[in-house]
Design a protein around this ligand. Structure first.
Ligand SMILES: Cc1cc2nc3c(=O)[nH]c(=O)nc-3n(C[C@H](O)[C@H](O)[C@H](O)COP(=O)(O)OP(=O)(O)OC[C@H]3O[C@@H](n4cnc5c(N)ncnc54)[C@H](O)[C@@H]3O)c2cc1C
Ligand code: SF4
Length: 294
């Protein structure tokens, strides 16, 4: 979002409660596959004590805080989940955006009326979002093969996906032996196996922002790790090198937004209240970003 807004000429100050994290400083090739640090100690994640998620099954229960990560693997720095994610780069299907209408269309109103169908349409359709999916895939350099271009089903790729305006920017990742076995078996069953779209790039690529991304080495240290090879798409790998050079962008790190004040006379939401203990980071990190602006 900061990239879009600064490119449109707006001044943007990004505020993040986490520290600055970057490939070259945190996960260079010799540090990235550190299983103890990233896999076991989960040092790229926000400790549960800092981001307590409470949970209950019923409204009459007391919500107890989670003491371990569980399913909520929140990130701990700028770029957040986009840095330690895996890189599987699906689009939602057209059906998902209109799930309530489509379910009623197919199965009738009966179950919807008795309150069992707790679904809503998104209010935006797949067709409306398609150009933005396409833009994301271009910036992330997603590797894959289209299954449906402008309504025309292709020979390979996902035949059930929504129509896309064009193919992926880079070809699919390699087919490994176990994938070949799976593909052969499922093809014999009349199914349509295909290699999933991945933001782990099959070949070197330069994205529309002019940022170069490397080819994946299939090291396997994606989930919970960075990518020392600059092959897994992330804000760090694909956007920050362009964004950090823009004079109308700066970032404030280790600053937790606790409140957003609305100014009635302005459509803008300004400014945020930061705990005094983190204010000193503002000066420090902004001045660190300053040389990039020159
Ligand atoms: C382990 C893991 C693997 C995943 N793998 C995949 C995958 O393969 N494919 C896929 O499609 N998705 C995957 N996801 C999900 C995907 O990564 C996230 O949905 C996506 O990155 C969210 O991006 P975001 O920018 O919306 O939010 P986030 O990445 O959550 O970023 C939110 C930012 O806001 C900051 N912030 C939050 N609260 C405050 C506050 N009060 N004050 C200041 N700053 C604040 C945070 O520090 C953070 O930087 C995965 C997620 C995880 C955790
Ligand atoms: S080189 Fe490939 S497999 Fe290894 S972390 Fe990067 S994207 Fe993942």
């Amino acid at each position: 979002m900061a990239e879009e807004l600064t490119r449109a000429g707006l001044n943007v100050v990004a505020i993040d409660r986490g520290p600055w994290i970057d490939t070259s400083t945190h996960t260079p090739p010799d540090v990235d596959p550190d299983e103890l640090r990233w896999g076991h100690r989960k040092e790229l994640l926000a400790p549960p004590r800092d981001n307590t998620v409470s949970f209950r099954n019923r409204a009459d229960q007391v919500a107890a805080p989670l003491r371990d990560y569980g399913i909520f693997e929140l990130g701990a720095g700028v770029g957040w989940a986009g840095f330690h994610w895996v890189g599987i780069a699906w689009r939602f299907s057209p059906w998902a955006f209109e799930i309530c209408s489509k379910m009623i269309e197919r199965y009738g109103l009966a179950r919807a009326e008795d309150g069992e169908l707790q679904l809503q349409d998104w209010g935006v359709t797949y067709a409306e979002l398609e150009p933005f999916y396409d833009r994301f895939e271009r910036i992330a350099g997603v590797s894959g093969k289209a299954g449906n271009i402008a309504g025309e089903i292709q020979n390979s790729g996902d035949p059930f996906e929504g129509p896309r305006s064009r193919d992926y920017p880079t070809p699919p990742l390699k087919t490994l032996r176990m994938m070949e076995i799976f593909n052969e078996a499922t093809s014999r069953m009349g199914l349509h196996p295909f290699t999933i779209p991945a933001a782990n790039l099959s070949q070197p690529y330069v994205d529309p922002l002019g940022v170069s991304v490397g080819a994946c080495t299939y090291c396997g240290f994606c989930l919970g790790y960075g990518c020392g090879n600059y092959s897994k798409s992330s804000p760090q790998a694909c956007v920050f090198p362009a964004l950090m050079r823009r004079p109308n962008f700066s970032v404030v790190t280790k600053a937790c937004v606790t409140r957003v004040n609305m100014i009635r006379t302005s459509p803008m939401w300004t400014p945020t209240r930061l705990p005094p203990c983190v204010r000193r980071w503002r000066t420090r990190i902004v001045s660190r970003a300053t040389p990039c602006k020159a």
